[in-house]
Every structure is written in C-alpha cells, then in structure tokens.
Ligand binder design. Sequence first.
Ligand SMILES: [Zn+2]
Length: 75
Amino acid sequence: MKALLPALLLTFASLTVVFAKGGRPINDVCPVEGKPGRPIYRIFTDEGTIIFCCADCVEAYQKNPNRYPVKKSEK
Ligand SMILES: [Zn+2]
C-alpha cells in the first residue's frame, strides 16, 4: 500500500506536464468530426488551444475556421 502513493503522484506530475505545454485545450471534442480530440493534433488560436481527432481535421479547420464552431469543454 505504501508503494502506491508515490506511483500516483508520479502519474499526476506527468499529466500536469502535458497540459502545461501550450496550455489546456478549450475543447474536448474535435470541431470537425465530433470525435474525441487528441492533444497531439492541436492548434493555437486567440481563444486558446483547440484539439482535433486527426491531422485532416486540423487542415480542414485551418482552411475554414468559421465553418466549424468549437464546442468548449465545461471545465
Ligand atoms: Zn479527424
């Protein structure tokens, strides 16, 4: 039981590093296809970081941002 706590803290620390890079995304779901967004496919806008489900969606959004309204996450 004693070994469990450091392991949990380590997991939390690495998650924090991921989110600190470029800030937390403002959305959870890809604005183009509506699938869960993945932090590796992201762009930075005036509104904040937006994540997408794949590279194609990043391209589609950048060509026509007004066509894909970004649904912001609650948190
Ligand atoms: Zn996609």
